[in-house]
Design a binder for this molecule. Structure first.
Ligand code: NAP
Ligand code: HSE
Length: 435
């Protein structure tokens, strides 16, 4: 046992999440100190702009613009990296770990890009790296996968991992607004990333999916090996189809592992989720994750996935775990066993599909489209024609019988070449996944 009776916490980044951590460590101080048996000291914090107004009161002598000074301060035992991005955040994280310090992070982009380097630095120098807040905000999904479900192998994990997108999709459905109108609100509420394209183009979900895949399977899947599509092309036509046909549209991450072939695949795409599934009814900023283990069966986790308070809750849970570790000595956390799974070939990724496209409203168009799908061995299940906003055009919505990613890509390539197809067709997956 070490003799630490006071834990000095350094907070790099005092924005949405950092201020939440400061506020709730102060608010829950008495209970935390009594449970953990130490005094907590919010020792120092760093920001970019000292003049910016903050919602928490931080004495001027504890604020700096130099995050490395906080991370390497000999008096700081525990560093929270809440800056974001992959440049300064990486320097800060590695500098602290190389001094044997413990780092708590909410930074999924950093972990996804530099996970092996970060874990290696922690191992080599006797520090620790905690990252509960990096996936699904306040839901303790890292702990669940790493500890609660340790008896299991995971054939299927899928979920809503981005609060901003779920907030946008929910409001689009309820209020008929377009996504840029709602995005501004999601930003004001502190849900969106500093670069919001990470949210709406699916990359933030991909970063989180990479972390879950690593925890579940021991393989780091680079985002370039994933299929990643965002929500920017969705319109009210898609939302209306979903509503009228018993679906909700959700941006899902889907992680599948076939234990017979060892193949693993990670994908992120907007999905028509049947209303009968729990996740179809997870709305607003909430995230939901379905984890199917071979021993436990399906488990589902729901909670607020973004914003100051839920994220602070996850960071503080890591702070508590880190303190227990610091006081007990360097007991290692259970880590995934490294394993390099081959990627599932696209023809093995099966599902049903939805294609929406604007077409010239003239004779023979349907026949040409049917020929294109048939040439790719894709069988049409339903066709719906709606008026289009384009003059002389109609909106066609097709759904398919079960096909696969390779065949549907070939279909889209053929459709794009037809002169009667106007603009880019939109593809959605129908989410009737089973483990
Ligand atoms: P944020 O509000 O933009 O805060 C970032 C903080 O870092 C600010 O205090 C900023 O200083 C400081 N900072 C930015 N660039 C800096 C630089 N070059 N040098 C020094 N300081 C710099 O971001 P956030 O929403 O709190 O997110 C922080 C991290 O948590 C990110 O990794 C994010 O992905 C993750 N996360 C966020 C949420 C959420 O709901 N917001 C949820 C889960 C995880 P100023 O305040 O002076 O500008
Ligand atoms: N921008 C992220 C989201 C923050 O909306 O989910 C939480 O990771």
């Amino acid at each position: 046992m070490t003799e630490l009776s006071v834990i000095n916490i350094g907070i790099c980044g005092l924005g949405t999440v950092g201020q939440g951590v400061w506020k709730h460590v102060e608010g829950a101080r008495a209970a935390l100190e009594s449970r953990l048996g130490v005094k907590l000291r919010l020792h120092r914090a760093s920001v970019r702009d000292l003049r910016k107004k903050r919602s928490v009161r931080v004495p001027a002598n504890r604020l700096t613009t130099d995050p490395l000074a906080v991370a390497t301060d000999p008096d700081v035992h525990l560093v929270c990296e809440l800056i974001g991005g992959t440049t300064i955040a990486r320097e800060v994280t590695l500098a602290a770990l190389r001094l044997g310090k413990t780092v708590v992070s909410a930074n999924k982009a950093l972990l996804c890009a530099h996970g092996p380097e970060i874990f290696a630095a922690a191992r080599q120098h006797g520090g620790h790296f905690f990252f509960e807040a990096s996936v699904a905000g306040g839901i303790p999904i890292i702990k669940a996968l790493r500890e609660g479900l340790v008896a299991n192998r995971f054939g299927l994990i899928y979920g809503i991992l981005n609060g901003t997108c779920n907030y946008i999709l929910t409001r689009m459905e309820r209020e008929g607004l377009s996504y840029p109108e709602i995005l501004a609100e999601a930003k004001a509420l502190g849900y969106a990333e500093a670069d919001e394209s990470l949210d709406v183009e699916g990359w933030d979900t991909a970063h989180k999916a990479a972390i879950l895949a690593y925890l579940a399977h021991g393989t780091w899947v680079p985002t370039k090996s994933m299929l990643v599509e965002g929500i920017t092309q969705l319109t009210q036509a898609d939302i209306a189809y979903a509503r009228d046909n018993g679906y909700a549209i959700k941006l899902l991450a889907v992680i599948t592992r076939d234990f017979a072939s060892d193949e693993l695949f990670v994908r992120v795409h907007p999905t028509l989720v049947p209303r009968t599934k729990v996740l179809a009814n997870v709305n607003e900023v909430y995230n939901g994750i379905s984890v199917t283990g071979d021993v436990v069966g399906e488990t589902v986790y729901i909670g607020r996935g973004a914003g100051q308070d839920p994220t602070a809750s996850a960071v503080i849970s890591d702070i508590a775990d880190a303190i227990i570790l610091l006081r007990r000595g360097n007991t290692p956390l259970p880590e995934p066993v490294e394993h390099r799974c081959p990627l599932t070939p696209l023809e093995h990724i099966e599902g049903r599909y939805y294609i929406r496209m604007d077409v010239k409203d003239e004779p023979g168009v349907l026949a040409r489209i049917a020929t294109s799908t048939a040439q790719s061995q894709v069988s049409i299940a339903s066709v719906l024609q709606r008026p289009s906003e384009r003059a002389g055009a109609a909106t066609l919505i097709l759904t398919t019988h079960t096909s696969n990613e390779k065949a549907i890509r070939a279909t889209l390539a053929r459709l794009r070449r037809l002169s009667s197809v106007l603009g880019e067709p939109l593809l959605l997956r129908i989410g009737d996944f089973t483990a």
